[in-house]
Design a protein around this ligand. Structure first.
Ligand code: G4P
Length: 294
């Protein structure tokens, strides 16, 4: 998995935002790619302001890695905010062919107006936006039926606009809009690190693993019991859980001390490769609550 390599700074963000606002004038709708495991943490905090009144399609990507029931709840949440939603797995292409129908539903009023004006063949224009590593290039390649093109993780690079044909009547800007996450929020940073979207070396690996352990133990204890034979009270600390897992795995150092660092790396690897199972790390806010996830 590639890391979030962009070094965002205020100038970058302003420039990116301005460029995106230019691109927005060219399109009929914005398609926002999110990581289904962490739909809020993988979301740009200023997206509503950036998009203004443009119709929006939310694409909950990596559905293969997320808790299916939670992904359904997230889809309902975003629909409740007035957006169209599709769920996709770009590795297997599952859900990808829902894109065209969802866009046409989203822009049905516009299509009706085109038809009334005798402009039935007029294409709908779209752009993909999302934070680095969320799957933008893979998604574009899938829907445009091409291979290998990688969107550059460089914000603010000016290029001629190219359109790719998705199917008859749908055109997509071939370079996605790359947005920044809400990195001033420590919880967001942690979630991006758990999923591997940001480099491990930003965090202490044991601290990262401890907080992931705690989160998983709260939400999905059976998976940890099954894989690491953990038995502990529901409010056990991440550090205790990590030590227990290390002991069960036989990760001992000379002198008999448990090797928690090794266990921390194993936990992160097993979580990211879904060997532990498929989990969602955020749940949608209940009605009437703020937009803070959990
Ligand atoms: P970006 O343009 O938004 O930066 O993301 P990109 O498409 O490069 O995707 C980042 C990584 O995520 C890629 O893996 C890609 O294959 C993977 N990916 C994208 N969508 C999905 C999905 O729905 N499910 C799963 N499981 N993975 C997805 P990589 O490790 O960089 O490359 P590779 O292993 O595919 O060669």
């Amino acid at each position: 998995m590639s890391e979030m390599t962009i070094q965002w700074y205020p100038g970058h963000m302003t420039k990116t935002r301005r460029m995106m606002e230019q691109d927005l004038k060219l399109v009929d709708a914005v398609c926002e790619l999110l990581d289904a495991r962490i739909p809020l943490a993988s979301r740009n905090p200023d997206i509503d302001a950036i998009c203004g009144n443009k119709p929006r399609l939310v694409i909950l990507n990596r559905m293969d890695m997320a808790d299916a029931e939670m992904t359904r709840r997230w889809a309902a949440y975003f629909r409740g905010l007035g957006m169209e939603v599709i769920c996709t797995d770009c590795k297997s292409r599952r859900g990808v062919n829902q894109f065209g129908p969802a866009v046409r539903r989203l822009l049905s009023e516009k299509l009706k107006r085109y038809a009334e004006k005798g402009q039935g063949g007029r294409p709908l224009k779209l752009m993909i936006v999302g934070i680095p590593n969320v799957g933008k290039s893979t998604f574009i390649n899938q829907i445009a039926g091409r291979k290998g093109a990688k969107a550059e993780n460089r914000p603010g690079v000016t290029r001629g606009k190219q359109w790719v044909t998705v199917d008859q009547g749908l055109l997509l800007l071939d370079t996605p809009g790359i947005l920044w996450p809400k990195f001033e929020d420590p919880q967001v940073g942690l979630k991006l690190a758990y999923t591997g979207a940001v480099k491990d070396d930003v965090y202490d690996v044991e601290e990262l693993a401890c907080s992931l352990m705690e989160l998983l133990w709260r939400e999905y204890p059976a998976a940890l019991t099954e894989r690491y034979r953990i038995e502990a009270p529901a409010d056990e600390t991440g550090w205790e859980l990590l030590q227990q897992a290390a002991r069960r795995r036989g990760f001992l150092m000379a002198g008999g001390e448990v090797n928690t660092e090794r266990m921390a790396r194993v936990l992160l690897e097993e979580y990211r490769s879904c060997k532990l199972g498929v989990f969602s790390l955020e749940q949608p806010p209940a009605e009437g609550e703020g937009n803070d996830g959990q």
